[in-house]
Design a protein around this ligand. Sequence first.
Ligand code: EZ4
Ligand code: CO
Length: 408
Amino acid sequence: MTGNVDKIVSAQVIVCSPGRNFVTLKITTDDGLVGWGDATLNGRELSVASYLRDHVAPLLIGRDPARIEDTWQYLYRGVYWRRGPVTMAAIGAVDVALWDIKGKVTGQPVYQLLGGAVRDRILSYTHATGWDIPALLDSLDEKKALGFQALRAQTGVPGLDTVYGVTKGGKPYEPAGRGAAPIEEVWDTDAYLRYAPKALAAAREHVGPELKLLHDAHHRLTPNQAARLGKSLEAVDLFWLEDVTPAENQEVLRHIRAHTTVPLAIGEVFNTVWEFQTLITEQLIDFVRAAVSHAGGISPLRRIAALADPWQIKLAPHGPSDISPIALGASTHIGLSTPNFAIQEYMGYPDLTNEVFPHSWSYADGHLHPGDQPGIGVELDEALAAKFPYEPAYLPVARRVDGSMTDW
Ligand code: EZ4
Ligand code: CO
């Protein structure tokens, strides 16, 4: 080590809304290197921006950008008030930005610094969505034609006007709605349970045995409803059934596991290894769905994957449109270099988002690759981003037919 240690000289937060809101962290070193991180938290963007601007950026100035792990520990252990989505999204942006800088310092893509590629390309899945079964089957065909070999299938439910994961009229699905307050949806789990098995059976019959089919129940079932749904879907041979129950109570997963072999995927709303500990060590899930940004960055997501590996549980990072192309890029470096990685969610981005975040990662034939640019390989076009200022937007909320609130 020479005496000439590099230092962080600025940490700026940029909130932009090219079609949807994104929070981006830009860390600059005194050598003029720039690292980018994603701090987007859907519907709570400004809270993470404030956490970073008001409480993290001042602490980063003067720190050595090479000390990624020490900075992570400092921001996690060093603040007393640890965990939670806002905190961890903020720390995640710092971690990814520092890995980006380390890649640029060494001239290596980040996956090389993580041990190098263990696979040639990263299996990805995207969303097929149709308001009714014929529309779902058309959507499956359309996504298959783009090369996808794994597809999440979601349909509308007769009697309901709005359903998670589904659009009417073939529009791309984007859960957050612009406006000063969340859209209120009416949800009926019984109606869903009457229809979803039919729709998924029709989807399997349509696509044949090989295509991987996934489904997201989005936290809406009781343990017993989940167990029954899992049993009824066994012949569909799902790649996974996601977020069957609200995951705060993890004990209920034991009941579900005892009754069905449908593979379970959980964890997009989790943000530390501690929320996965029981699920992993009791083998209550098959796939960890944490997002690189929301789980605190590359460093802790690799630790979660390492914990999962001996239980033969695989990493399948969250990758919806509310994860910016920076976090998606970071996720592809993990996917390429982590042995127990399974699949990356890839909803894709509108053209404008791809222009605002130029990136080296690419999609081809159902797979992603991070590219070989030093660092993460994604940046923000600040001049273009400035043309799209923040607009209030929220995820919907859901009420039961009697008007009471339920899980969205
Ligand atoms: O609802 O990203 O598996 N993917 C998902 C997503 C989440 C949104 C919430 O911001 O469940 O569509
Ligand atoms: Co999900």
